[in-house]
Design a protein around this ligand. Structure first.
Ligand code: SAH
Ligand code: SF4
Length: 349
């Protein structure tokens, strides 16, 4: 029965699928699927017809049928792809162009089983994990549609990567491998809200990708107010594990994400505790202004952002201050799943 997307297979999988006497064909198919973004065996012009027919029989080839819309921001060059893999498995992918690179923010689950109070995705119904193929198709579809390469991948769309560990790591490895997209490990970032078993596995397996830890407050009681996961996996345990295993991590591999929320986590005590954790873990901090207003939470003013940023920067920790692109199409962090947006639409077909 055809239950699997061809994009879920890596080179090794293709080698075991193929007849033993035609092993070199596995590399050919793999090349079509993962490098040339082929969405159907018909595109694989250098394969014998019988093999294309076998591919058609054995796998799901939905083409672009899951693409519902692409919305382009009127404010910047960002674009948001809305995809429906099944009627109840809807996700979004955000294309983020910068001067000399193209970043893609991919989803790993439809909705999220967690419910961080500041995040729109958490308010959606969780309908399941994406397969490796469904994760990769987001990249391949974007490359096809935008007619450009993707240079950076961030697993920061919908869902919690470490609750879909195997599929996320399989997809990341294909994106990195020479048999896939050949994207440097420094340009692939996996973001977690703090799922300790996943962090442990990631470190023990010596995964080469960047790891972003969504902290948002370095004061446990405060963090627990906005992130339920703090009660399950306390940040102190995570920090202890990462500190004890710091020799396993590469320089610059770890990053802390911190959403700045007005009158909540931007005082001097907050800055002190954040600085302490970042220093201990030798991690860069990515400060993000809150993008949505939920449950009374507000985005800080530019001068408040500046003051907080300076208070930490002055102490010698490098900080990346991420811009908030695509706000008019709800493509900014934490806005995936918000229904209404401005910007303009382009039909999928
Ligand atoms: N579940 C993972 C990855 C997806 S969320 C995680 O939580 O890390 C990706 C990033 O978007 C996280 O740093 C998250 O905190 C941030 N984000 C979520 N809601 C946001 C909001 N309202 N404003 C700004 N950033 C937000
Ligand atoms: Fe899920 Fe991350 Fe949103 Fe929290 S911030 S609800 S973990 S997607």
């Amino acid at each position: 029965m055809k239950t699997e997307l061809a994009q879920s297979l890596n080179l090794e999988d293709w080698q075991s699928w193929i007849l033993p006497d035609a092993k070199y064909r596995a590399a050919q198919i793999n090349h079509w699927v993962h490098k040339k973004n082929a969405l159907s065996p018909d595109e694989m012009s250098d394969l014998p017809l019988a093999m294309r027919e076998r591919l058609a029989r054995d796998f799901e080839w939905p083409g672009e049928s899951m693409l519902q819309s692409i919305r382009f921001s009127d404010a910047d060059q960002t674009a948001k792809f809305s995809l429906a893999f099944e009627p109840n498995k809807k996700i979004e992918t955000v294309w983020l162009p910068y001067e000399n690179r193209q970043s893609l923010c991919v989803s790993v689950q439809s909705g999220c089983s967690l419910d961080c109070s500041f995040c729109a995705t958490g308010k959606m119904k969780f309908t399941g994990n994406l397969s490796a193929g469904q994760i990769l198709l987001q990249v391949y579809l974007a490359r096809r549609r935008m007619n450009k390469d993707v240079t950076n991948i961030v697993f920061m769309g919908m869902g919690e990567p470490f609750y879909n560990y195997d599929n996320v790591m399989k997809a990341a490895l294909i994106l990195h491998s020479d048999f896939g997209s050949g994207i440097s490990t420094r340009r692939i970032t996996v973001s977690t809200s703090g799922v300790l078993p996943g962090i442990e596995r990631f470190v023990r397996e010596k995964q080469p990708f960047k790891l972003a830890l969504s902290l948002h407050s370095a004061i446990p009681e405060k963090r627990a107010k906005i992130m339920d996961i703090e009660k399950k996996f306390p940040m102190d345990d995570i920090v202890k594990f990462l500190y004890d295993n710091r020799s396993e991590l590469k320089p610059n591999q770890l990053m802390i994400e911190y959403i700045m929320i007005k009158d909540f986590n931007m005082g001097s005590e907050d800055a002190d505790s954040l600085f302490k954790v970042a220093k201990k873990l030798d991690a860069k901090i990515n400060l993000i202004p809150l993008n949505t207003a939920f449950a009374g939470m507000e985005r800080p003013s530019d001068s408040e952002i500046d003051t907080f940023w300076r208070s930490i920067r002055d102490r010698g920790i490098v900080i990346i201050n991420r811009r908030s692109p695509a706000k008019d199409i709800d493509g900014a962090c934490g806005m995936l799943a918000l229904k209404e947006s401005t910007g303009h639409n382009e039909p999928a077909a």
